[in-house]
Ligand binder design. Structure first.
Ligand SMILES: [Zn+2]
Length: 103
């Protein structure tokens, strides 16, 4: 089945949308999905969460003893590839039917 694709050059990636999937506990009530959504510049991604957790619901995003900050790793990888864009071209092919779809 052919599918329409959206091709995005790596150089166009400047902002990342990060959605917390934690829960907010409410005493005597059912828990709520954490509403926090962050839009972070790619070069700030590694420093976006100083305690590696959500400031709203306090969910930890990763185990600090088991892994280095994966957001910093992503930021470093993207910036590293952007710095060599004259030697290497990276593009992301995204299925168009997923564009704008919320998960
Ligand atoms: Zn949260």
């Amino acid at each position: 089945m052919s599918q329409k694709m959206l091709r995005i050059p790596l150089e166009d990636l400047t902002t990342v949308r990060v959605k917390c999937k934690g829960k907010i506990q409410r005493e005597g009530k059912s828990e709520l999905d954490c509403p926090m959504v962050y839009e972070v510049a790619i070069d700030q991604l590694g420093n976006a969460f100083p305690n590696d957790q959500c400031p709203r619901c306090n969910q930890s995003y990763w185990n600090k003893s088991a892994m280095t900050n994966p957001l910093a790793s992503l930021s470093n990888a993207v910036q590293g590839l952007q710095s060599i864009h004259k030697q290497l071209e990276i593009e992301f092919d995204l299925p168009l039917n997923h564009a704008g779809e919320s998960r």
